[in-house]
Design a protein around this ligand. Structure first.
Ligand code: GUN
Length: 285
């Protein structure tokens, strides 16, 4: 029986600490850290994520704006909205929810958000900082995973860490943070040969491949820490991760559930980054 890592609980504790720091910031500066979230179109999962981001930022005492734009939004309209937010002094962090509808140029959007307001840490300048290890903004999901590991007293140094998935949002920055924590890191992806042989070597296995129940118990080393970043619907429409919890849980030493695992930690990092952006804005004045 694996220990279940309770992301909801860890997020609650961490957010209480952030809310206290936001209150102190407001006391000192007379205004709240401000977050703007931009969503284009009707993607149902994105709408849920955006709603959760707004709720969490308000609960933390932040100024929160959601810009909902229709599916038919043109690139010029989106860039105009971003230019407005860029020069808005009340807004310290800007996040454009991904994926964008196919006709929009994601690269141009991510390049346009100024690095000092880029609370997703997706701008090339910020991803470069993550690579070097001198970052201001933490990549939201990977940093949330690291917070979980620290909270559970799981030491990464010297461990075999396997990351399944190589996305810019999760896989690549996750590998970097594990490396910075002195893990021995392997990144696997759809073209990896003998994937199960690689995952079975992992002391810490992070799965972010975007396929429901992809990693099964036989792919896990007994006693391993299994972190499931996935958020999918199974054949019955029920939320599930990239790990088949039922077969993985008896083998793993510790495992994150879906929902209630990594998800709440992602938003926690976003709050941390927004507060940091506000502090930076004040110190750069
Ligand atoms: N879509 C899925 N995850 C994320 C995220 O962390 N940030 C943004 N902006 N979009 C996402």
């Amino acid at each position: 029986m694996a220990h279940i890592i309770d992301g909801k609980k860890i997020a609650e504790l961490t957010r209480a600490d952030i809310a206290a720091r936001v209150a102190a910031f407001k006391e000192e500066n007379g205004f709240a850290p401000g977050l703007a979230v931009v969503i284009v179109g009707e993607n149902p999962a994105s709408k849920v994520y955006v709603r959760n981001k707004k709720k969490a930022s308000e609960e933390a005492g932040m100024y929160s704006v959601v810009c909902e734009m229709p599916e038919s939004t043109t690139q010029a309209e989106l860039m105009e909205k971003l230019a407005e937010l860029k020069s808005d002094e009340r807004i310290h962090g800007i996040l454009v929810q991904l994926p964008l509808p196919g006709h929009l140029d994601e690269g141009e959007v991510l390049r346009f958000i100024p690095p000092e307001k880029d609370v997703d840490a997706f701008h090339a300048e910020n991803t470069g900082h993550i690579m070097i290890g001198d970052y201001q903004f933490l990549p939201c999901t990977p940093a949330g995973v690291m917070t979980m590991l620290r909270h559970e007293n799981i030491d990464v140094a010297g461990k075999n860490c396997v990351v399944v998935g190589r996305s810019n949002i999760v896989g690549k920055p996750m590998a970097m943070l594990l490396l910075h924590a002195n893990g021995t890191v392997t990144i696997c992806h759809s073209r990896t040969k003998n994937l199960a042989e690689v995952t079975r070597e992992a002391d810490i296995l992070v799965v972010a491949i975007g396929k429901a129940k992809f990693v099964t118990g036989d792919m896990i080393k007994p006693g391993a820490v299994v972190i499931d970043v996935g958020m999918n619907r199974d054949e019955n429409g029920k939320l599930c991760g990239d790990v088949d919890f039922e077969s993985a849980e008896p083998v793993a030493g510790a495992i994150t559930p879906v929902p209630g695992g990594v998800g709440p930690m992602t938003i926690t990092t976003l709050l941390e980054n927004t507060l940091r952006a506000a502090i930076l804005a004040v110190s750069n004045k």
